[in-house]
Design a protein around this ligand. Structure first.
Ligand code: KIV
Length: 269
């Protein structure tokens, strides 16, 4: 791990119990520049890119090449934030060697750390990646890469037994060396209990206010498409602004109001 990368990860872990960790997803240079300038602590190059950037129905088809391309763009934009890149479906499950190699590719593209989904069954893989010098963010609760095929999109950790499983998962990830854990759609009392019981920060999405930080998908929070997800708060309505801008541009072009003289060169009237 180089010194700067190490410092950025340490800065995030030191925020626990002091300051909430503000995380947004980012996939391209322009948006990542704005998110970094806006003060996000972590830019997460999530495999949610599969849906919001590439039009796939789930995260399953996302490839390593696609994640590398998004990660490169975001890392070239970043000035202050920590850049964490998702390991896509099957890029870390076949063998530890492949997990390390694919994590290394994302680091070579500019990520400071990688994220992978899974509880204690992924602990050994996480340990191998960390031992190779690459910081790992865990992701438990709803895990989109398996939800589609295995266990659906319901709330996780609502009852005592399910909460205990998640608690053990979080502990195992911490012991494996993860520097941070995403808790997705975990019942808020369980998310708070997990957060209070481990030393590394938790980043919640749909998991209540008791987590050490929060993450939202940038297109959801900016209102770039309709989201019916209860845990999303919309902070802007860019879809309306963009449609209005395109419509106005269309009218201007069709009626020769654009380009005007000030946008043109030469003497044509
Ligand atoms: O892919 C993603 O964007 C994520 C976050 C929603 C946590 O994993």
């Amino acid at each position: 791990m180089n010194i700067l990368m190490h410092n950025r990860v340490m800065d995030i872990t030191r925020m626990k119990n002091k300051k909430k960790i503000v995380t947004v997803t980012a996939y391209d240079y322009t948006m990542a520049t704005l998110c970094d300038e806006g003060g996000a602590d972590i830019l997460l190059v999530g495999d949610s890119a599969g849906m919001v950037m590439l039009g796939y129905k789930s995260t399953i088809p996302v490839s390593m090449d696609e994640m590398c391309s998004f990660t490169g763009a975001v890392s070239r934009a970043r000035k202050e934030a920590l850049v964490v890149a998702d390991l896509p479906f099957l890029s870390y499950n076949v063998s530890k060697q492949e997990a390390i190699r694919n994590s290394g590719r994302l680091i070579q593209c500019g990520a400071d750390a990688v994220k992978l989904e899974g509880g204690m069954q992924q602990a050994e893989t996480i340990q191998s990646i960390v031992n190779a010098g690459i910081p790992v963010m865990g992701h438990i609760g709803l895990q989109p890469q398996s939800a589609e095929i295995l266990d659906g999109y319901g709330v996780r950790g609502a009852d005592k037994e399910a909460a205990e499983v998640l608690q053990n998962d979080a502990q195992a990830l911490q012991e494996a060396g993860a520097f941070c854990i995403v808790l997705e759609k975990v019942a808020s009392h369980t998310a708070r209990a997990i957060t209070d019981s481990i030393d590394i920060p938790t980043i919640g999405i749909g998991s209540g206010v008791g987590c050490d930080g929060q993450v939202l998908v940038i297109q959801d929070m900016l209102g770039m498409h309709k989201s019916s997800l209860r845990f999303v708060k919309q902070y802007a309505n860019l879809s309306e602004d963009i449609r209005w801008a395109i419509h106005t541009y269309k009218e201007d072009v069709e009626n020769e109001r654009f380009p005007a003289k000030e946008h043109s060169f030469g003497d044509d009237v």
